[in-house]
Write a protein that binds this ligand. Structure first.
Ligand SMILES: [Mn+2]
Length: 384
């Protein structure tokens, strides 16, 4: 049952504990998660929680790429699997009322944790029989606990070892680690080497290195079939040794090579962006359009942002008949990117818009590209 009036995070986690405790040994459990670092970490904690409770893991674990938010294939696969219990983490499904309604009709127990978004329409979109939790429901400013934090909070109730390095990794994946003082102190205390600055142009410290590797399994995965990051992290958790992730040994070897391939792709695309990006003179805007099957737009946008601290960075990528945009802003710019995006023009209809004030994304039909650019230029003129 969806409950909308939680007092605090603890109450929300209690609610999840009650749901999970009811999962039976004989039930068919399917777990579906977003494939990025936060999503993988949360899925791992959830899978281990299921194991603690009933002695075996979920029967199927599926990962979802950012580009498949409409979940066409996943929906068909879930229908085929016909689970008794469906667990979903780190996916914004309030936007998919038909999918939710369908699951509510055919699956007895559906649990969803998300933290991306919450708005008035979700109250109608989410069927009452689904157990839907989202830290944004609490309505506490700046509290939007990433999915990894949910997994960590849940797992703590069932296990003595809560693998703080794993929680730190998931939170760092969503750029939220700095906000968790208690966990940060624990890491400083037990795993100081994770936060020690290293002389390496690729990463500031080992924690960041781990995020790059885990995300490589997600970003550099055009066919989307292999849940390699999950498998590698699961083994690292079993060994309780995070160095396994970048060890180039056993299962980790495949993640290692993905990381190398991804790195060289990023270099190539980034070099192209440096030469070909359109930099506006009269407004603080940089626009670059690329085509890549990998989910690395955010990485490229972040690097461009560091090189152009006085610009708003737009990276566009076409996929089938849709264009996705990643938006960042340089240090010297301070605008709310969501407001900027939403105020683009009353008649412009996005397929979706999301993110945070300093890092956002959008999706719209490819046929609207020229119109969008015109509107964007005008919008920045008046907004800045
Ligand atoms: Mn997340």
């Amino acid at each position: 049952m969806v409950k909308w009036n939680y007092l605090n995070w603890e109450e929300m986690v209690e609610r999840a504990i009650t749901f999970f405790k009811k999962i039976g040994h004989g039930q068919k459990v399917v777990l579906m998660h977003h494939g990025d670092c936060d999503g993988v970490v949360s899925a791992l904690y959830i899978a281990e929680t299921v194991k603690e409770i009933r002695g075996r893991y979920p029967d199927e674990i599926l990962w979802v790429s950012t580009k498949s938010y409409k979940l066409k294939n996943e929906k068909a696969l879930i229908d085929h699997l016909a689970p008794d219990v469906l667990l979903v983490t780190d996916l914004d499904l309030g936007k998919e009322p038909e999918t939710l309604k369908h699951w509510a009709d055919v699956i007895d127990n559906v649990f969803i944790y998300d933290h991306h978004n919450i708005d008035g329409s979700y109250k109608d979109a989410i069927p009452r029989s689904i157990e839907y939790l989202n830290a944004r429901m609490l309505g506490i400013p700046r509290i939007w606990h990433p999915a990894a934090y949910f997994g960590y909070s849940l797992f703590k109730h069932f296990s003595k070892n809560d693998y703080p390095w794993l929680a730190a990794l998931g939170l760092r994946g969503d750029h939220a680690f700095d906000e968790y003082e208690e966990l940060k102190n624990e890491i400083r205390d037990k795993f100081p080497e994770l936060l020690k600055e290293i002389e390496n142009e690729d990463y500031k410290n080992l924690l960041e290195k781990l995020v790059y590797f885990v995300n490589a399994g997600f970003f550099h995965n055009p066919n989307g079939e292999d849940n390699i990051s999950f498998k590698v992290l699961q083994k690292a958790m079993k060994k309780n040794d995070y160095t396994f992730v970048y060890s180039n040994e056993e299962e980790a070897a495949s993640l290692f090579s993905k990381r190398q391939e991804l790195k060289s792709d990023i270099e190539k695309i980034y070099d192209g962006a440096k030469d070909e990006a359109k930099i506006y003179e009269d407004i603080p805007l940089l626009v670059y359009r690329i085509n890549t099957p990998h989910y690395i737009l955010g990485v490229i946008a972040s690097r461009l942002k560091d090189d152009h601290p006085d610009k708003i960075i737009y990276i566009f990528n076409q996929f089938d008949d849709e264009i996705s945009g990643e938006i960042r802003q340089g240090e010297k710019i301070d605008v709310n990117l969501i407001k900027l995006l939403l105020g683009i023009g009353e008649n412009f209809k996005y397929i979706s818009v999301g993110g945070h004030p300093r890092a956002a994304g959008c999706l719209f039909p490819a046929s609207k590209y020229d119109e969008y650019l015109r509107l964007l230029e005008g919008r920045i003129h008046e907004f800045i």
